[in-house]
Design a protein around this ligand. Structure first.
Ligand SMILES: Nc1ncnc2c1ncn2[C@@H]1O[C@H](COP(=O)(O)OP(=O)(O)OP(=O)(O)O)[C@@H](O)[C@H]1O
Length: 123
């Protein structure tokens, strides 16, 4: 989109504002991101409880960020798909499945990492 000339800092701050608004919309309206945030909270509490190492915290935080971010992109893709083609279409179904598949992939890796961190600490 062509934007009118404005100071660089003002422009950047506005973009951060839009991004923040988008993040709030995502958290308020998406059921899946709410459950992922809940899981993120549970593993964060578990991280403190089991006193995980700095490296384990980094792996855990990377995966939390990855799952939440990809879920956000998946939601945006779903919205674009519904906007450009609200009716049933095989291709729209495939596009949505692929976007959901990306979240699924990140979630599986996150579960494996959670297993590597916590299984030895619990058993
Ligand atoms: N317009 C459509 N045409 C064909 N298939 C569709 C269409 N809309 C949805 N689907 C199918 O239904 C599935 C779920 O789509 P939907 O938009 O309901 O996502 P969702 O279940 O709300 O996902 P999320 O839980 O990530 O928000 C898609 O992955 C796709 O297989």
């Amino acid at each position: 989109m062509i934007q009118k000339k404005e100071p660089f800092l003002v422009n950047r701050l506005k973009s951060v504002g839009y991004a923040f608004k988008g993040m709030l919309v995502l958290i308020k309206t998406e059921a899946s991101i709410k459950s992922q945030l809940f899981i993120a909270l549970v593993v964060t509490v578990a991280g403190f409880y089991f006193d995980i190492s700095k490296t384990e915290w980094m792996a855990q935080l990377i995966m939390i960020g990855m799952v939440l971010s990809i879920e956000g992109v998946n939601t945006a893709i779903e919205n674009i798909a519904d906007f450009i083609h609200p009716e049933y279409h095989k291709q729209i179904g495939l596009i949505k499945d692929i976007a959901a598949g990306a979240v699924f992939l990140a979630s599986i890796i996150a579960m494996i990492i959670a297993g590597i961190i916590y299984i030895p600490k619990i058993f």
